[in-house]
Design a protein around this ligand. Sequence first.
Ligand SMILES: N[C@@H](CCC(=O)N[C@@H](CS)C(=O)NCC(=O)O)C(=O)O
Length: 228
Amino acid sequence: MNIGLFYSPGSCARVTAIALEEAGADFEVHLVRMATGEHKQPDYLSINPKGKVPALVIDGRSLTENVAILSYLNTCYPEARLLPEAGDEFERMAQVADLCFCSATLHPIVTRICIPRFFAQTDDARNQVREAAITMMRDQFQIVEKRLEGKPFWYGQDWSVMDGYLYWVWCRVLGGGFPVEAYPRFAAHARAVEARPSVVRALERERLAIAQLRSEGIAVMPAPPFNS
Ligand SMILES: N[C@@H](CCC(=O)N[C@@H](CS)C(=O)NCC(=O)O)C(=O)O
């Protein structure tokens, strides 16, 4: 299988990168220079018409959306156990629902906290967007905090791609100034995820990408917040 990951440092493409590393997949990376608008240019739009990362090109075919990519990689690399084995179709869909919680509930709130200028023109309006998002995120973080009671990972003792996804959310809101003090289990979770070799490799790739972008004089979105 020939796999290419289109990514940008700090972005949710980190979630796909971690999954690929966990799977032991052989893959190439393509750095998308988002600060120069490369993701909105025809070349990249031919890979992902939505103009977003990640995109995973597998044997010439492009797959987008983290939920779809993670589910696909779970099927392709069963031995990596990217998700717990599902006993039936209901359990499988419950896992999809968990991943959708990250992509469709948490991620849009992350964007409103970290990049409110996407949603409002004036400073006042941007502050309102951000404050409303912070309030919304408190409720969602309580769900995660409760879920992690008595266990290190979302599904229990074993790591899954769900944990990689939650880790990215944690990093982004931490860097975005969201107050995380009320979520000690989620903080411990982030530390446990960050210690995984797959995550160390993914973060190191992002650090190198940032250095590369800076050497090209390209502004980088706020350096990906790392936990340590
Ligand atoms: N639902 C998509 C979201 C992808 C997404 O929003 N990616 C962001 C980076 S974290 C992006 O490329 N944003 C660029 C833009 O919207 O212009 C997924 O889960 O893969």
